[in-house]
Write a protein that binds this ligand. Structure first.
Ligand SMILES: Nc1nc2c(ncn2[C@@H]2O[C@H](COP(=O)(O)OP(=O)(O)OP(=O)(O)O)[C@@H](O)[C@H]2O)c(=O)[nH]1
Ligand SMILES: [Mg+2]
Length: 204
């Protein structure tokens, strides 16, 4: 099995804070998930969307799959993505993250290539960033065990495993404002984000 090659976009959540389904998010007329797929295809030869609405992806060339353990949040999606992935390490991003950073993805790869770790995630203060991260197929059973105990936290799962953590300071060299981890959870966050990009484009 190849070490790298697969990227997964998680799109199976409830979007309760946004109030409409985030997998349909559009940024300036283009579906965010389509821009993500296009950018990821530069680095990955397999792209998988884990979704609860396969009908949104009719005619897609990418692999579309759904949760196996349903309704337990992001770990359900990570579990489903890892199960169908064709590579050992799998890159994960959420469908509401607009600022993908290909250099940082390459950096993470270089940090875990040949290393026997179960994940590569970035620290944010005392917290971690669960997306824009790599997980390995070696944690499928760990996730099953965790979810069976009705525990949903990625952080508590990883605390039991051998993980390569990237320090916040290092990650800020790639993304000083932390925008590569920005996720749009609410309409306010979406409008703020649209305001920022539209003022940047102004006059160009
Ligand atoms: N496949 C799958 N993805 C999920 C699930 N829950 C959340 N996600 C995804 O995980 C990512 C981060 O989750 P959240 O930002 O909390 O998204 P959400 O749960 O849809 O939104 P809220 O209901 O507002 O919490 C998003 O890409 C979601 O689509 C799930 O049960 N299954
Ligand atoms: Mg949620």
């Amino acid at each position: 099995m190849k070490e790298f090659g697969t990227a997964v976009i998680l799109a199976g959540g409830k979007s309760s804070r946004m109030g409409f389904d985030k997998q349909l998010l559009k940024i300036n007329e283009r579906r965010l998930i389509d821009s993500l797929r296009r950018k990821l295809s530069k680095l990955f030869d397999e792209i998988i969307v884990v979704t609860n609405k396969s009908e949104y992806y009719l005619g897609f060339s990418d692999k579309i799959t759904k949760d196996i353990i349903v309704g337990k949040g992001p770990l359900s999606g990570i579990h489903a993505g890892l199960t169908v992935a064709n590579s050992h390490y799998v890159y994960f991003i959420a469908c509401d993250m607009p600022n993908i950073n290909l250099d940082y993805i390459q950096y993470m790869k270089s940090q875990i290539e040949g290393a026997n770790v179960k994940a590569c995630v970035t620290k944010y203060g005392e917290w971690i960033e669960p997306f824009n991260a790599f997980y390995s197929k070696g944690i499928i059973e760990d996730i099953e065990e965790h979810l069976t105990q009705n525990r949903r936290s990625v952080n508590s799962l990883l605390s039991k495993l051998k993980v390569h953590y990237i320090e916040e300071e290092k990650a800020r060299e790639f993304s000083p404002n932390w925008d590569m981890f920005l996720n749009l959870n609410t309409k306010e966050e979406l409008y703020d984000y649209l305001k920022t990009i539209n003022s940047q484009n102004w006059g160009r």
